[in-house]
Structures are given as structure tokens and as C-alpha cells.
Design a protein around this ligand. Structure first.
Ligand SMILES: [Zn+2]
Length: 295
């Protein structure tokens, strides 16, 4: 815990949001912004806010779920998020952390909107978001139709940041998009396959990992970026054991050294990497789209 706090002290506070047309838009606050500064944007620090959900509290593995309404520990949502922890750890070969991830669930979007407007007045309107400071990992969300998907996305950020707090923006979102789909889909995001297939038909998609790695703030991320980030992650985790290992090794290197060389460099030098990566990614999407069409 002490090591993590020290590491985070050198980084910007990261905030990830779900909602709007593109699922989640993580906000990387201005460089140098500290946890104290983030807290200062709130009227009072959120942990002390009177209008936080407090009616029930459920602990589930690493999660501490605070809700406005009675929430049983055996609720399907709770079990799903517990299983997610093991899935994230296994796919990414990351250790399981005991650091708490707090989930604050509001009974109605109105309650949630009022809380966010009061506590985080500079945030854009979203259905859910993830906040990381040097002492806290927290997710805020309202009970609504897409809650399960939003919680899987934001909680994935929590599980990953508990172990690799400095994960690059593009990869952070690609991983969260991979895990937000129902568990039975094993990372296959039908919306992104359809979106990228459309781009391929238009001839307007040229995947470029270096360009993804250059993305520095959530404000730059479009739906194309989320879809491409997901696609790189899916291609690495679901095609060959070697690619999966490469992504796992990269995450381990970022965990040890925040200045680790980017994934694109490791990928370029790995044996068996296709000479035309853009064509490989397009081919991956086309095969997923064809498989979907045959079902
Ligand atoms: Zn996100």
C-alpha cells in the first residue's frame, strides 16, 4: 500500500467515467493535479458527504458496496463483480490485490445526478465513473438499465488500478471495454465489432497502436478510439498464447517501471508479429464479424 501511494504521488489523479454515446470517457485531470486538489473540487470530501449511499453495505472480496437500497451479498450483480476480479487477474496474469474498491450505488439517477453535481461540479454528465486518488479507489453509479455493464467497466478500472496504477490511458480503456461485456461473451464486444466493420467497409479505419499510445487525455477519445483500444486488447488476449503473454509481460513491466517502453515496441520485436499490423487487426475484425453473421 505504501509503495502504491508513493507511485501515485508522481502521477495525475485519474478519473474514469461511463456514459454518453461512447460508454466510458476517462478523465485524466491536469498533470500535477493531486488527490488533495481533486478533493478540493468537491464541496466536502466525498467520503464525508452526507448524501452518499449508506443504507446497506456489502463486502464482496475486494469490493465494499454502499447502496441506497437493501442489497443482498448473494445478489447476481455482486456475484458477477466478484467473478470479474478472478477473470481480470487470470486474463492479465495480475496478482489479486486486497486494496478495497468502493462502489457507491444510488437508487435513482436523480439522486446520483444531484450528488455528482454537488461533489464533482466540473465533471461531464455520465451514467457512472471511477475515481482514483492516492488513498482511494471508488466507483459511483445509479441504478438503471445498463448498470451491470457500467459496473463491470468501472470495477475493472478499480481492479486494474489496484495493481497497475499507471496503466496507459488507451490500454486502461481497452481492458475495461473487454471486460464490460457479459462474462459468457469472453471479451467479445459486439458493438465494437459492428462499428469497426462499418469503418472497414467505408475504408476509413487504419489501426495504429503508436497513435493510440500517444493519447494523453480522455477528451481526445472518440468512439473510434474506444473500439480500436478494445480491438487491440481482444486481438492480444484471444488469438494466440504468445500475444496474450506479451500483453501480460507489458503490464508487469509498467507495474515495475512507469517509464517502460510502449507496447508497440515490444510487439514490433516479438517473433511472429505480422509485418502489417493494421491488416492483421482489420482481418481480426472481419473474422469476428463473419462468425457473428453465421450464428
Ligand atoms: Zn473507462
Amino acid at each position: 500500500m505504501a509503495a502504491r501511494a508513493a507511485l501515485l504521488a508522481r502521477t495525475a489523479v485519474a478519473v474514469a467515467l461511463a456514459g454518453g454515446g461512447v460508454g466510458c470517457a476517462r478523465l485524466a485531470l491536469a498533470p500535477g493535479m493531486t488527490a488533495a486538489a481533486l478533493q478540493a473540487t468537491a464541496v466536502v470530501p466525498w467520503a464525508a458527504a452526507a448524501d452518499l449511499p449508506r443504507r446497506s453495505e456489502v463486502e464482496a472480496g475486494q469490493l465494499v458496496i454502499h447502496a441506497d437500497f437493501p442489497l443482498a451479498g448473494q445478489h447476481r450483480l455482486v456475484r458477477d463483480l466478484e467473478n470479474l476480479r478472478a477473470d481480470v487477474s487470470q486474463y492479465l496474469d495480475m496478482p489479486i490485490s486486497d486494496e478495497p474498491v468502493h462502489l457507491y450505488l444510488f437508487e435513482t439517477p436523480q439522486r446520483y445526478d444531484a450528488f455528482v453535481a454537488r461533489q464533482f461540479p466540473t465533471f461531464p454528465a455520465r451514467r457512472a465513473f471511477f475515481v482514483e486518488t492516492d488513498t482511494t479507489l471508488a466507483v459511483f453509479a445509479a441504478w438503471q438499465d445498463r448498470l451491470a455493464e457500467d459496473l463491470r467497466h468501472e470495477t475493472t478500472h478499480g481492479y486494474v488500478h489496484a495493481v497497475v496504477p499507471t496503466v496507459p490511458l488507451w490500454l486502461d480503456e481497452g481492458i475495461a471495454e473487454f471486460f464490460e461485456v457479459p462474462r459468457a461473451d469472453a471479451g467479445l464486444h459486439h458493438g465494437h465489432v459492428a462499428h469497426l466493420s462499418g469503418r472497414i467497409l467505408e475504408g476509413t479505419w487504419r489501426p495504429d497502436l503508436s497513435r493510440m499510445e500517444a493519447l494523453a487525455s480522455a477528451g481526445e477519445l472518440s468512439q473510434d478510439h474506444y473500439a480500436e483500444a478494445w480491438c487491440w486488447v481482444h486481438w492480444m488476449l484471444r488469438t494466440t498464447p504468445e500475444r496474450r503473454r506479451l500483453l501480460q509481460d507489458y503490464l508487469a513491466s509498467v507495474r515495475r517501471d512507469t517509464a517502460a517502453p510502449p507496447l508497440s515496441v515490444a510487439l514490433r520485436h516479438a517473433p511472429g508479429t505480422p509485418s502489417d499490423l493494421a491488416a492483421a487487426l482489420r482481418g481480426h475484425v472481419e473474422s469476428l464479424a463473419a462468425a457473428a453473421g453465421e450464428r
